[in-house]
Every structure is written in C-alpha cells, then in structure tokens.
Ligand binder design. Structure first.
Ligand code: SF4
Ligand code: SF4
Length: 384
C-alpha cells in the first residue's frame, strides 16, 4: 500500500473513532449536567499576529510551564471534561504544544487546537497526528492581508494544502463575517476550502468592543451562500438555525449559557472564567474549582447571553436544551419538513440517541436492554 493510501485509511479509521467518541460525549451530556463538555485551556497568551478585533492576546507573555499545564489537565479530567482545546494567543508558540495534546488524548479526552496556522509545517502536522489530536480549527479572515487581520488565504493556502494532505485529525476552516471583514472574501475562502476537501464553518465575529451589528441585505445574502457550503453535521445545522439566524438579524437569542459548568475557560494563570469575553467571572483557581461551584454556576443567568457570539458555548448549550426540554429543543433545532411528521427534519443519529436516552417515552423491556448495553458502551454511568 502506498503512503497516500495509508494516510487516507488512517484518516478514515481516526474519523470513525472520533464519531464514536462524540456519540459517547453526547450520550453522557444527555444523562448528566454535572461535568464540562468543553474546556478552553490557554497555555500562552502571546500571539505572533495582532488582529484588530481581538482582545485575547499580548505580544510579551511567556509560555506557562509544562508541568503546571499537565496538572491543570489532570484537574480537568477529574472534573469529567469531555473536550480540552488549547487556545491562546497562539498555542503553537508554546514549545510543548504537541506534548499537551498527547497528554489530553492519553486520558481519553477529545483534544483540540485553535491556531492561526502560521506555525504549521508538514513536520508539525505529523507530530500532531502522532499526539492523537482530534480537531484543529483555523479562522481565515480575508484573501489578502490587511490592517485588520493577517489570517489570509494568500498566506495560509500552503498550510491548508499540507493539512489536506497530511492531517489525520478533523480540520475545520472557519470563514468569518462581521463588521470588520469583507463578505466576498469569506466566499472565496469557503470555495478554496471545499476545493481542498476540508470542512468549512461560518463564524460571526464581534468587533473589538465585543458587539455584532445586524447584517445588511448584502451580508445576509453572502451568509446564505456560506451556509450552503458549510459542513452539514447535525450540531452545525441546528446551531446555524437556532443561533446565527437571530444574530445576523440583530435579534437576541433566548438560551441558557452553561459557562462555568458545561464550558470552562482556563486562562494562563490557571483561573476558571466563564469565557474569553467574560474574564474575571468567577475567576476561581482551577485547583479550588469543585462540582459544587459547577452546580451553582449552571443555574446562574448570564446577562450577556442574548447577543453572545461564542459559538462553541451555544453548541454545548444545545445538548443541555435537549436534555431539559427534548421535544421543544428538537422542534427548534430541526424544524419538520413541510407537510411531513414532526420528526422528519431530524437526522437519524439524533432520533436514535434521544429515543434511547431521554426520559418520557414508554420503556419496553427490549429498549431497557438496549439502553443498558449502550450505557455500558458509552460509559455513561460514571458521571451520574
Ligand atoms: S491570531 Fe487569533 S489570538 Fe492572535 S491576534 Fe488574531 S484572533 Fe487574536
Ligand atoms: S453568554 Fe456568551 S459571553 Fe456571556 S458568559 Fe456565556 S459564553 Fe460568555
């Protein structure tokens, strides 16, 4: 077997393992609300770029010592974290980035890397494969570098080609829309991403004050085009339907933000915050953060929620909405197709997982046996 075929086979095997691990994550999320589904861990605040809309970087901080980060990963694992994604600043500026990923993966936790892509090389991509990285995400802001952002297709195209060729993890390229970026560029980026066979997502970026303005007609039409090109996983489709459509129209979203419980942002000083935009709350050292804190934070209403643009926290909240009000959530995420029954808009895996794990339906003995077998398979008892 030649090396291209070997890489493609490994990609398929890894993707299958990831889908299984994701199903396990959703099943656990539907069973219990007491563990974090996603954590962003900052190993370094410094960035090699300086995008004008960004308030998450500096140009001087030193990397957090590896031993401290490994300890933080242990603590997050003890809290039951399903995903730990390293972000920044630019996480690839950390000299031990690959080792951190390897350590996260060795604990059976899904690992992710949010990077601007500048420091990727073929060698580094191979190291990330070896480390067991699950997801890598790059946002590409424009075609040519400008004063707002240098995360440009022109600069990153070679890196994207290397990723398409060598990466054995999920790569998703985020095309962004917002006040400070050009929509036409976002279409060109998405077309190139599709040509390379990588996944694309659509993101809405806030300006440097953390706000997003309602889209005008032209931006809305570009947004509609981008959505047709974006990856069609059920969480993505449901997310666009539920959250982004409101934001682009300047409408608030009615949702419960689970930051502080279901999503944690652990900064370079090892403090737990709600998210990158709400640093300072609750700002408790991770080693003191307990299930009791998570219980309290889960029920707190966040005043910033209606116009929040942090898509990863929205996605996590969708699992909780599904657990708390299953039928209402499903109708909202997957509106029925015209003239068809109420489940017609739902993808098959969603129907299966909700049928199996959600309370409220009559439980036959066959279903009980299947549920027990699935619980064992997905290890869902451990967080109860
Ligand atoms: S590359 Fe990312 S972290 Fe760095 S300045 Fe731009 S948005 Fe911020
Ligand atoms: S609503 Fe958004 S901005 Fe506010 S705490 Fe939650 S994730 Fe952060």
């Amino acid at each position: 077997m030649n090396s291209t075929k070997k890489i493609s086979l490994r990609k398929k095997i890894n993707a299958t393992k990831r889908r299984f691990r994701e199903a396990k994550m959703i099943a656990r999320g539907l069973k219990s609300k007491n563990h974090p589904i996603l954590v962003h861990l900052v190993p370094i605040r410094r960035c090699n770029l300086s995008c004008t809309y960004c308030n998450e970087f500096d140009d001087f901080s030193k990397p957090v010592p590896k031993e401290e980060l490994l300890q933080r990963i242990d603590l997050l694992s003890d809290l039951g974290a399903e995903n730990i994604h390293i972000s920044g600043g630019e996480p690839l500026l950390h000299p031990d980035a690959e080792e951190l990923i390897e350590y996260i993966s060795s604990k059976g936790i899904l690992s992710g890397l949010l990077t601007n892509g500048y420091l990727l090389t073929i060698e580094r991509i191979k190291k990330l494969n070896k480390a067991g990285l699950s997801y890598l995400q790059i946002s590409v802001d424009n075609v040519l570098p400008n004063d707002v952002s240098k995360k440009s297709l022109k600069v990153l195209d070679q890196k994207l080609q290397w990723l398409a060729e060598h990466a054995e993890f999920d790569v998703s390229i985020n095309s962004v829309l917002g006040t400070e970026v050009s929509g036409e560029d976002a279409i060109l980026v998405s077309e190139r991403v599709a040509q390379l066979g990588l996944k694309s997502t659509v993101g809405i970026i806030h300006d440097s004050s953390g706000h997003v303005k309602p889209f005008d007609e032209k931006q809305r039409s570009i947004y509609a085009q981008l959505r047709t090109m974006a990856e069609k996983s059920f969480l993505n489709v449901a997310y666009y339907q539920q959250f982004q459509e409101n934001l682009i129209q300047g409408q608030p979203n009615q949702w419960h933000c689970g930051a502080g419980t279901r999503y944690l942002y652990v900064c370079e000083d090892g403090l737990v915050h709600y998210c990158s935009q709400q640093r300072g709350y609750p700002a408790i050292p991770l080693q003191e953060y307990t299930k009791r804190h998570m219980e309290l934070e889960y029920s707190k209403a966040k005043p910033c929620a209606p116009f929040c643009t942090i898509s990863c926290v929205h996605r996590v909240a969708m699992i909780d909405h599904l657990r708390e009000k299953p039928m209402e959530a499903l109708q909202r995420f997957f509106p029925p197709k015209p003239g068809m029954d109420e489940r017609s808009g739902m993808p098959v895996p969603v129907r299966f997982l909700t049928w199996l794990f959600l309370p409220g339906n009559q439980t036959s003995s066959g279903k009980r046996i299947l549920r027990r077998a699935a619980e064992k398979l997905f290890g869902v008892q451990q967080h109860n």
